[in-house]
Write a protein that binds this ligand. Structure first.
Ligand code: SAM
Length: 231
């Protein structure tokens, strides 16, 4: 269970209504039961339920079961698409160990308002379900131009370029840190592609001969990166 609270021996952890509903209503836990907790920074802890109610409850941390495991340093930069598919991208990026998730508004991005909190909640759920001890931060959406202007060039960008489909390209081999960049349904504009091809810190790669949907491309790119550079 993910909690936004420090974890340590004897630490009391309050539960809100939603967490209480999940633990006591859905999971049928009760006082004396044991729960595994993580908060994204203190590792995983075994805690005992000391109070259980409809509107909340309280846990007491007993013992650390796993230390914090930081994912390899790769961010996912992606152009938001339709709501359900954007949710899918965030969920899969969190499962596959992205350290940070950055929505990028490109020229052809055609998505409604980005609800950062909603996307962050999907990242938390994904981390909970895959037993991670870390939750990637979903940051506020940033415009493509601004992203490149402010980019810390010590982090390389693996630019997934659909225009290279069918060509051959080397996959990155430097240890990182890295960011993977996926475009929107309409792909990158010529101007954006040209900027990325000129940028010394970006490496254009192909994901194979077919043009993949943006959500498929995000999963494929994360898989390739983890296979080659992940730990
Ligand atoms: N129209 C489809 C859709 O609805 O999702 C295709 C979108 S594709 C243009 C979206 C992004 O996926 C591209 O900008 C690129 O980043 C990535 N992508 C898709 N296929 C790719 C490939 N074969 N090689 C590299 N990147 C690819």
């Amino acid at each position: 269970l993910y909690v936004e609270h420090p974890l340590g021996v004897g630490q009391s952890v309050p539960l809100d209504k939603g967490q209480a509903h999940y633990l006591f209503g859905v999971m049928r836990q009760a006082v004396g039961g044991q729960v595994l907790l993580f908060n994204g920074s203190d590792g995983e802890w075994r805690a005992e339920i000391v109070q259980a109610g409809k509107r909340g409850g309280e846990l007491c941390c007993v013992q650390q079961t796993r230390p914090l495991r930081m994912p390899p340093d790769v961010w996912l930069l992606f152009a938001p698409i339709k709501k359900a598919r954007t949710d899918f991208i965030v969920e899969k990026a969190a499962e596959m160990g992205a350290a940070r998730i950055v929505p990028v508004m490109t020229e052809f991005t055609n998505a409604g308002r980005i609800q950062r909190d909603r996307l962050q909640a999907h990242a938390v759920e994904a981390a909970e379900q895959c037993g991670g001890t870390y939750v990637p931060e979903v940051v506020e959406a940033v415009k493509f131009g601004r992203l490149l202007e402010q980019w810390d060039t010590s982090r390389r960008i693996m630019f997934c370029d659909e225009a290279l489909a069918g060509a051959t390209s080397e996959l990155p081999s430097q240890p990182g840190p890295w960011a993977i960049l996926i475009g929107p349904e309409g792909g990158f504009s010529d101007r954006e592609r040209s900027k990325l091809h000129k940028a010394e810190f970006a490496d254009a790669v192909t994901l194979g001969p077919r043009i993949l949907r943006a959500d498929t491309a995000a999963v494929a790119a994360m898989t390739i990166w983890q296979q080659k550079l992940g730990d």
